[in-house]
Design a protein around this ligand. Structure first.
Ligand code: SME
Length: 169
């Protein structure tokens, strides 16, 4: 496993993601178990960056409801309807939510009082169904930027294609 990148090393972040995604790609090659894939992705990402304090998935179980999946970090809420929180917004709008200050986000769900910023990326199938969302939270303010967005969207796109059969209609 790679050494975790410090939050302040913004210049090194894109190259670090390249390496992290390469490693994850190797793990996912030929894998057909969705839970194993989510667990491995959460673990690899979480340990690759010093400032990730919650990293994991909420699965779309149908009925516009997200239920927690594999994650790393402290306790996460178990169920999040599409109309609630940052995760719900990502699923509802089918768009990445980059939140530099969670206190300024209406309806943010504070599972951990130390969370200051977060990024939530929808995992969409090629035909646009919501399979899951990938949620990364940090206890630093403004911890995520476009580099995170690009890399995590690339990863989500692969997952959405590879595990599309698990997405509800
Ligand atoms: N901050 C998220 C929920 C986070 S967790 O339960 C780890 C949200 O508002 O969707």
């Amino acid at each position: 496993m790679l050494d975790p990148l410090p939050a302040h090393d913004r210049e090194g972040r894109a190259a670090h993601y390249d390496e992290v995604l390469l490693g994850i790609g190797g793990l996912l090659d030929g894998e057909d178990d969705w839970v194993a894939a989510m667990a491995s992705v959460a673990c690899e990402l979480h340990h690759a960056f010093e400032h990730f304090h919650w990293t994991g998935f909420y699965r779309h179980v149908g009925g516009e409801l997200l239920v927690v999946g594999p994650y790393q970090g402290g306790h996460g809420c178990l169920r999040i309807p599409f109309e609630r929180g940052v995760c719900g917004a990502a699923a509802r709008e089918r768009a990445t939510q980059l939140v530099p200050d969670v206190e300024a986000f209406p309806g943010h769900i504070a599972c951990s009082s130390t969370t200051r910023s977060e990024i939530v990326v929808p995992v969409l199938t090629p035909d646009g169904r919501v399979l899951a969302v990938l949620d990364v939270d940090s206890d630093l303010p403004d911890a995520f930027d476009d580099t995170d967005r690009v890399a995590l969207e690339q990863l989500a796109s692969r997952l959405g294609a590879q595990f599309a059969e698990h997405a509800p209609e």
